[in-house]
Design a protein around this ligand. Structure first.
Ligand SMILES: Cc1ncc(COP(=O)(O)O)c(C=O)c1O
Length: 326
């Protein structure tokens, strides 16, 4: 437990910055690193200390962003939506013709072991599949075996007060990558389209940016899915708009159904979004978070809306005790 507690108490508190515990271990005045304070990272078959967890400079994951990954929450010792995340990971790998040298069940066992070994009760897991070591050309056929690693750590995407006050977002000037070019449903290691959108929002002093597709339809944010509420109805972009099929997005839709709140997936533009009564974002790291300022204008009077608060309350209730691992 010491690893995680120490890391958490020293986490950077900047907005919209993912913080993995390993980055923020306290400055150690001792000349050598404390073994106990190090995360145990699974590197393709074995757990090693974080300072030994290295990959080759010839790995195409590094050279070309060739690979895929997942981000998964641990709530109260349970790996939330584990099977859904692993299925998406394997679907992403299949979509880019990347053969994973393990089965879903084998990787699930690794994740469970990593959680235990690192003493994680509430945390975040990052499994990554890279194309592996190859030549300097882009041809993946030159990479005989995929690289696999798993980080079990902590994350804080938005500061706790953001859940009380809501987020500020902008419309991104850059379109979301075209589905036909590279389907955003694939959670690949190639996040530059999203990163440049994030840079734009940060430069504007905002937490997130809404990305539209080439046809001007709302797709998603740079690292979260988007929903709006109008006249008591919850709406989110249809997958056809070109977005990641978020696991929290699906869970939020299930919550709506269970609470008897109408929820619809459809294609819509910026004008409809701006006329919303409430806007909220969903994501593994973000969970459910309200948007209260959009392009400088207040949404729902500049405070989190009632439907969003109800959904967040139910989300917290369902994840806090017995989080579903399906
Ligand atoms: C681009 C993008 N959209 C949406 C999401 C939310 O997906 P999920 O709820 O599965 O974390 C993420 C988070 O990983 C993301 O990176």
């Amino acid at each position: 437990m010491t690893t995680i507690d120490t890391a958490v108490s020293t986490m950077r508190d900047g907005t919209a910055v993912e913080v993995l515990a390993a980055e923020d271990a306290p400055t150690n005045t001792a000349p050598t690193k404390n073994e106990d304070a190090m995360l145990k990272i699974w590197m393709d078959g074995e757990f090693v200390n974080e300072d030994e967890a290295k990959i080759s400079v010839f790995d195409h994951g590094v050279l070309y962003g060739d690979g895929c990954f997942e981000g998964i929450r641990v709530y109260n010792g349970r790996i939330f939506k584990l099977r859904s995340h692993m299925k998406r990971l394997f679907e992403s790998a299949k979509a880019i013709q990347l053969e994973v040298p393990y089965s879903i069940e084998e990787l699930e066992d690794v994740l469970r072991e990593g959680v235990k070994l690192n003493g994680i009760v509430d945390g975040y897991i990052r499994p990554v599949i890279t194309r592996g070591k190859g030549t300097l050309g882009i041809n993946p056929a030159q990479c005989p075996r995929a690289g696999v690693f798993v980080i079990c750590a902590k994350i804080q995407l938005y500061p706790p007060e953001a859940y009380e006050t809501g987020l500020k977002i902008i419309t991104c000037s850059r379109p979301r990558v075209n589905r036909a070019a590279l389907d955003p449903a694939v959670k690949s290691l190639n996040y530059l389209n999203n990163i440049m959108g994030k840079v734009e929002s940060t430069n504007a002093g905002c937490h997130e940016a809404v990305m539209l597709n080439a046809a001007g339809q709302v797709a998603e944010c740079t690292g979260d899915n988007i929903f709006f509420v109008k006249d008591g109805k919850v709406v989110t972009p249809d997958l056809e708009a070109g977005l990641l099929a978020g696991i929290t997005r699906a869970f939020a839709m299930d919550i709506c159904e269970n609470l008897g709140i109408p929820c619809e997936e459809k294609l819509f533009g910026l004008e409809e979004l701006k006329g919303a009564d409430e806007i909220f974002l969903t994501g593994t790291a973000a969970e459910i978070v309200s948007v209260t300022t959009f392009d400088g204008e207040p949404i729902s009077g500049g405070v989190p809306g009632e439907v969003t608060k109800r959904l967040l309350g139910e989300f917290r209730r369902l994840t806090s005790v017995d989080a579903a691992e399906d």
